[in-house]
Design a protein around this ligand. Structure first.
Ligand code: NAD
Length: 373
């Protein structure tokens, strides 16, 4: 029996992305998979139903009751989890730490859950890395929001009316999103500098033509991620950064530490040292923000500075964000599809790393401890 792969319309507030695009639906069909989608699921991402060839459309209820594999962008609701076929496979961003009740429901229904945020960040899995694909969308958009919110030019201009000085942009956090923000601000002609606690980012920042802010503090942690800084390190970092923040027209905040609240890097007093008309775009708002004044989903004016707490920026570019996400899902699923049937190799470190629940158990250790104690 060919595997039935279901896709729902995302119901989270302001979500516009979809987990399936026509290009990937065609590839799945070629592999003998039956794709069923909720009517209008791709509409907000500008993929009308008619653009999907060989896909069957139905209601959410019919998809939940027939799908062997359900693809999602955001975590399913409790009602969706309850309506899934027992033993079905669910793949999407699950954010287990924020959704313990959902994780228990998935465990109890015997759902095999593969969490996209748990896909190991190894070279072989780069094409499946949805955290990276969506972060690069967010970084790009953050730079555009900064440019658009700043009531001045970004590039240097030489005109008959004299020369305009380029804007100074500071990017805090040079992970996937930060690097994309740097590249985008550079393309727009700004003078860009960037800071990250991981010294390994220094060369990446420089290769994009930006200056690396040296604070004398390094926080290399396990697995390529940052560790939390000591109080002394934070103070030292802060003095240097405060001066750079004050000198910037736009600050783009992207710093985060996995599984924790975002580090507070831009204080109220640092904002007060910025020139009136400056802008802060804080995409760490999702985890509480890097700026003390950030309010998620809002723009706060303080001492003439706009502090923009951007949430879910990938949803602002849903066409390409969905395309990239659907490709990530396909690259993850493909090795498990043979002659239209699904068979997951649990010895494969990608599946072993991404599995959250399976056969009535929570497989991810940190989640199991958090949810079951
Ligand atoms: P992230 O979203 O978790 O964090 C963003 C950035 O914030 C990181 O670069 C981090 O070092 C930085 N940061 C944390 N605390 C900070 C502080 N106090 N001050 C300044 N900066 C701070 O990171 P991400 O973009 O998802 O990925 C982090 C890194 O993981 C990448 O840059 C890359 O090197 C690595 N990675 C590897 C692979 C792979 O090998 N397949 C894929 C993706 C990412």
């Amino acid at each position: 029996m060919p595997v039935i792969l279901g896709v729902l319309t995302e119901t989270a507030a302001l979500e516009t992305r979809v987990a399936m695009v026509p290009e990937i639906a065609a590839k799945l069909r070629a592999l003998g998979v039956r794709v069923v989608m909720e009517r209008g699921a791709g509409a907000l991402a500008h993929f009308p139903d008619a653009s999907y060839v060989d896909v069957e459309f139905g209601s959410a209820a019919s998809i939940l009751s027939t799908a062997d594999v359900l693809l999602k962008v955001r975590p399913p609701t409790l009602a969706e989890a309850a309506a899934l076929k027992e033993g079905a496979v669910l793949i999407g961003f699950i954010q287990a730490y924020a959704n313990p009740e959902l994780v228990r429901a998935l465990r109890d229904r015997g759902i095999t859950t593969l969490a996209m945020e748990l896909v190991p960040r190894i070279s072989r899995a780069q094409s499946m890395d949805a955290l990276s694909s969506q972060a690069s969308v967010a970084g790009y958009k953050a730079a555009l929001i900064a440019a658009n919110s700043l009531e001045r030019f970004l590039p240097m201009l030489t005109t008959a009316a004299g020369t305009i000085k380029p804007a100074q942009v500071l990017v805090i956090g040079a992970g996937v999103a930060g690097l994309q923000a740097i590249a985008t601000a550079k393309r727009l002609g700004a003078v860009v500098e960037a800071y990250d606690v991981r010294g390994a980012t220094r060369d990446q920042v420089k290769s994009l033509g930006a200056k690396f802010v040296e604070t004398g503090v390094s926080a290399e942690g396990a697995g390529g991620y940052a560790r939390e800084l000591t109080a002394e390190e934070k103070l030292k970092q802060q003095e240097v950064l405060d001066a750079r923040i004050a000198a910037s027209d736009a600050v783009i905040c992207t710093a985060s530490v996995p599984g924790r609240a975002a580090p507070r890097i831009v204080s109220k007093s640092a904002v007060e040292r910025m020139k009136a008309g400056s802008v802060i775009v804080d995409i760490a708002a999702e985890q509480g923000g890097n700026c003390e004044l950030t309010q998620g989903g809002e723009t706060v004016m303080h001492a003439g500075v706009k502090v923009i707490g951007s949430l879910n920026l990938p949803a602002a570019l849903p066409y390409h964000a969905s395309e990239m996400y659907a490709r990530n899902l396909f690259n993850l699923l493909k090795p498990a599809l043979t002659s239209g049937e699904l068979s997951i190799d649990w010895n494969d470190e990608v599946f072993a790393g991404a599995v959250l629940t399976h056969q009535g158990q929570i497989k991810h250790e940190a989640t199991r401890k958090a949810v079951e104690g």
